[in-house]
Design a protein around this ligand. Structure first.
Ligand code: TYD
Length: 143
């Protein structure tokens, strides 16, 4: 059986930044800047200031989360430990292995949450209820 990831396996990485007087570029390459192939990209925007989203877990999905603009907090929870990560630079990325519960909190107004995902969208991969997540990590529920 695969070892279950904990919040301590989630890390903030510093992404490359190509500097220019007229603005900077941050490229993200699969297998180079993230340890997976990028199958999907999505972004959250027009989130009202102070709003929260994304209270769910994923069974297999790995993600890199970037505050492409503005800032927000990511609450990470592995069923035992919790950790809050503040993302506030477009060249920081939160690398999340599979199996972690996460919530996105305290969006600054106008912020953009950019997500690089290892899988195509699949509702079957979501664990939407925290109680189900707790049971899932305890191995008592196969969702
Ligand atoms: P969801 O991941 O539940 O966002 P949050 O937890 O932040 O509210 O997605 C919200 C809705 O968008 C949900 O109905 C599924 C849909 N969705 C897609 O169709 N494709 C995607 O890639 C994503 C991320 C969401």
């Amino acid at each position: 059986m695969k070892k279950r990831a904990t919040v301590y396996d989630c890390s903030v990485i510093i992404l490359p930044k190509i500097k220019n007087r007229a603005g900077n570029i941050t490229p993200i390459h699969p297998f180079k800047n993230v340890p997976f192939d990028i199958k999907r990209v999505y972004y959250l925007y027009d989130v009202p200031g102070g709003e929260s989203r994304g209270g769910h877990g994923h069974k297999e999905l790995q993600q890199l989360i970037v505050a492409a603009s503005g800032s927000f907090d990511v609450l990470l929870d592995d069923g035992e430990n919790k950790k809050v990560v503040n993302l506030n630079r477009p060249y920081f990325g939160l690398l999340m292995p599979s199996g972690i519960w996460r919530e996105l909190l305290n969006f600054s107004s106008g912020s953009i949450c950019l997500v690089m995902a290892s899988m195509l969208y699949s509702e079957d991969d979501y664990i939407r209820e925290y109680e189900d997540y707790k049971q899932y990590v305890q191995g008592t529920l196969t969702l």
